[in-house]
Write a protein that binds this ligand. Sequence first.
Ligand code: PEP
Length: 250
Amino acid sequence: MRKKIVAGNWKMNKNFLEGIDLAKELVEKHQPSESNKQLVVCPPFIHTAALSELFSATSIELGAQNCHTSDKGAYTGEISAGMLKSLNAKYCLVGHSERRANFFEDNQELFQKCKQLLANDIRPIFCCGEMLEDRREGAYFDVIEDQLEVLWKLSKTDFQKVVIAYEPIWAIGTGETATAAQAQEVHAFIRSQVAKKMDVTIAENTSILYGGSCKASNAIELFSKPDVDGGLIGGAALQADEILAIYNAL
Ligand code: PEP
């Protein structure tokens, strides 16, 4: 049975003490349900060590928002997958639209990041999604198909550790959520691509998350769709009660 996941992406929010307070509130209030339902927190790097400690005796998994393409070396300001592993990180975002747009991350770079993470037993949460123009022009399947190319270069063994997040760019941070039907349509398409390029069993076991203005008030409807296996949550992850309500909608 594939995992249901709610992953919070704090982005560049919360100073050190604010982050600790939020993490402590999550630890205090989180009531894990079934074992295949997972809460993941992806804080800024400054919080990683402290949250690793805070989450160690809980069911909350630690994630990260980025890593470098190399394992070590003269890359001032960067963090490697091995460093994340040493703090017990289990997930890491790859190819978030903000990084694709602001840091010009291309498919080759995203592939290298996936390889680094997988070599360190960290599950990539691979983000894909179209811009508003792509949707208006009806080109969204083509865009997503191109973005997914990165994943088909992985071995089947590696691919099975990947989580995919569909995040339509027009819905990120805008308050405009994709309808549950729009999300389902794309998630079913992504799953069909996985079945074609990997196999049907792998496709059935792949967790595909929705991201883009997901909140407690729309999570139940989104998660009710058969191919929506949870959410990647930005703004709503900054409040403990809100992200926990989203988790409870799984
Ligand atoms: C995100 O950036 O991954 C995201 C989904 O943001 P938001 O929930 O704020 O739209």
